[in-house]
Design a protein around this ligand. Structure first.
Ligand code: ZN
Length: 308
């Protein structure tokens, strides 16, 4: 179904455009849009269909589905959308790059660290001096003693965690907070220790480089249970508590940040204990679509450009 067929025409357009010094970038006004068409009740309305292509060696391969729809290939490259746009007469087809192709090749410094939807991963690093503005100690059972900074979360996340733990208790589920906020300096100490034992590359499979841990945002909390001896391991996902979390966390604005089979996107293996606060709307949308935060943010940016 996702067999890709290469369209040499796109490459031709890009090369021709470069050689002739003309831009093949389609501006919004050049694209056929619904509003430009005479709207008669009998004529079929134009529909916008978004498909995902695959970037291989800087060339976008279109999915077969796109080619099947094309009665006439009037392909344009839209630089702003990073997508190929064409029309079939009744539909506007947009083939965008897959998420992985859009990833930066170098580590970027995060510009919106206070944003509840901030993206922190191996490509997006927090400034060393970043400390969340509103850290509080959530009133939930914790394995850490009072005064330990790793009990802390940002206020909105803390409130949501309290609500979630209260609901869990009502459902007969016993949860404990294990580790929340982690300063840059703390991450540095942990990484140095693990890297000395295992080597940097192996260490980075489970431990973040300083500045690349979500725990520095104050929006992430690791949770466990007495049954797990308060430990953090993948078997937590099979326990009653782990299953309760997977099912209910989005209702409180949390996602399980590192799901199974998403290591190629998130950079981390499955962590059923690592909760990330993103707010209810995003958490429910991410759970519903069964996608990662990376893909959710990519979609959000893409569709907001599409609406402009
Ligand atoms: Zn964690």
């Amino acid at each position: 179904m996702h067999k890709k067929i290469y369209i040499p025409m796109l490459l031709f357009l890009l090369i021709a455009g470069t050689l002739l010094g003309i831009s093949v970038q389609a501006t919004d006004s050049e694209l056929p849009t619904q509003t430009e068409e005479p709207t008669e009740p009998s004529s079929p309305l134009k529909e916008t269909i978004v498909l995902e292509g695959k970037m291989i060696n800087d060339e976008l391969y279109l999915p077969v589905e796109a080619l099947n729809r094309a009665s006439e290939l009037d392909i344009q490259w839209n630089q702003d959308l990073n997508a190929v746009v064409f029309s079939t007469g009744t539909e506007k087809i947009i083939v965008r790059q897959d998420y992985l192709a859009s990833e930066p090749s170098t580590v970027q410094e995060i510009k919106n660290p206070d944003d509840l939807l901030v993206l922190v991963n191996k490509k997006h690093s927090l400034p060393a001096d970043y400390v969340p503005p509103d850290l509080v100690d959530p009133a939930v059972p914790s394995i850490k003693s009072e005064g330990d900074p790793s009990r802390l979360l940002r206020s909105q996340a803390a409130e949501a965690l309290e609500e979630m733990f209260a609901q869990a208790k009502e459902d007969g589920i016993e949860l404990y907070a294990v580790s929340g906020y982690r300063s840059y300096q703390h991450q540095e100490a942990v990484f140095t220790r693990v890297a000395a034992a295992r080597g940097e590359e192996k260490a980075n499979l489970t431990v973040a480089y300083p500045g690349q841990s979500e725990h520095q945002t104050g929006l992430a909390m690791d949770v466990s249970s007495p049954q797990m001896n308060f430990g953090l391991s993948q078997s937590f996902g099979h326990t009653e508590e782990g299953r309760w979390i997977a099912k209910n966390a989005p209702d409180f604005g949390f996602i399980i940040r590192y799901q199974k089979d998403n290591t190629h996107i998130t950079g981390y293996s499955y962590e059923p204990w690592h909760l990330r606060y993103v707010g209810k709307e995003a958490a429910l949308a991410i759970a519903e679509a069964d996608i990662t935060l990376e893909e959710y943010l990519y979609d959000l940016e893409f569709y907001s450009k599409l609406e402009q």
